[in-house]
Design a protein around this ligand. Sequence first.
Ligand SMILES: Cc1cc2nc3c(=O)[nH]c(=O)nc-3n(C[C@H](O)[C@H](O)[C@H](O)COP(=O)(O)O)c2cc1C
Length: 256
Amino acid sequence: MKPEPTSQNMHAFADEERAAIYRTIFSRRDVRGQFLPKAVPDEVLSRIITAAHYAPSVGFMQPWNFLVVRSDEIKRNVHAAFTAAHAEAAEMFEGDKRATYRTLKLEGILESPVGICITCDRERTGPVVVGRTHMKTMDLYSSVCAVQNLWLAARAEGLGVGWVSIFNQAALQEALDIPKGITPIAYLCVGYVSHFYAKPELEAAGWLPRLPIEDVVYFEQWGRRDELQPLIEHLMRDQAIAQAKANASVLQPVTG
Ligand SMILES: Cc1cc2nc3c(=O)[nH]c(=O)nc-3n(C[C@H](O)[C@H](O)[C@H](O)COP(=O)(O)O)c2cc1C
């Protein structure tokens, strides 16, 4: 099949629209520590939740709910659940890693003006779901798609989002009064931020590097690499461009 140049593809977005999509993707960050004490207007919140609700879902199940948390008391309960799990988590790392883990900021539950818990109702449309007949986790992945839609829409709105997953699931369910049959997928801290970092904080902290893209692409069957494929050259160049753009998109910190 001969590839069509973008200019001949009537379905492609205009250049500046495509640039906005890629800018959103590459400048999205997981935000933990830069939240500003500034309310998020309902019209903005509405747009990002609507974006999430338009995510793909297996069998069009739409298994998600969006639990909006603004109460300080509920946030404190969620934070207490995090603190307990975080202490347990530290013990799971050895030596230097444990010391470094303890220095990482891994949530912004109390500082962010809004928390949004995205859940998955695995029974929403009954036991047999188109597309979930054999791989049972597809409903969970659908709710994850909703998370990503919200995350990207929020970035375009200038909002930071931080995903917090360091919880004993039962403790999080209790803090948010989520029934047993509903699975919490993500607790998201949402709010305006002083700045977005250019790189993942875990990368900047030396925890892990971003993998070279050419190492994660195989051809035809698992594990088969082929450096002679022209795609590899494109991928390496695009990864370099993506990182350069992310670096260039960093804004100076603002307060208030
Ligand atoms: C499923 C999932 C769970 C995560 N849980 C946490 C978490 O509990 N605390 C945290 O600080 N970041 C969490 N993150 C954010 C990742 O650390 C972050 O996405 C990764 O380091 C890459 O950084 P970036 O999102 O800024 O590109 C989570 C991300 C995902 C996708």
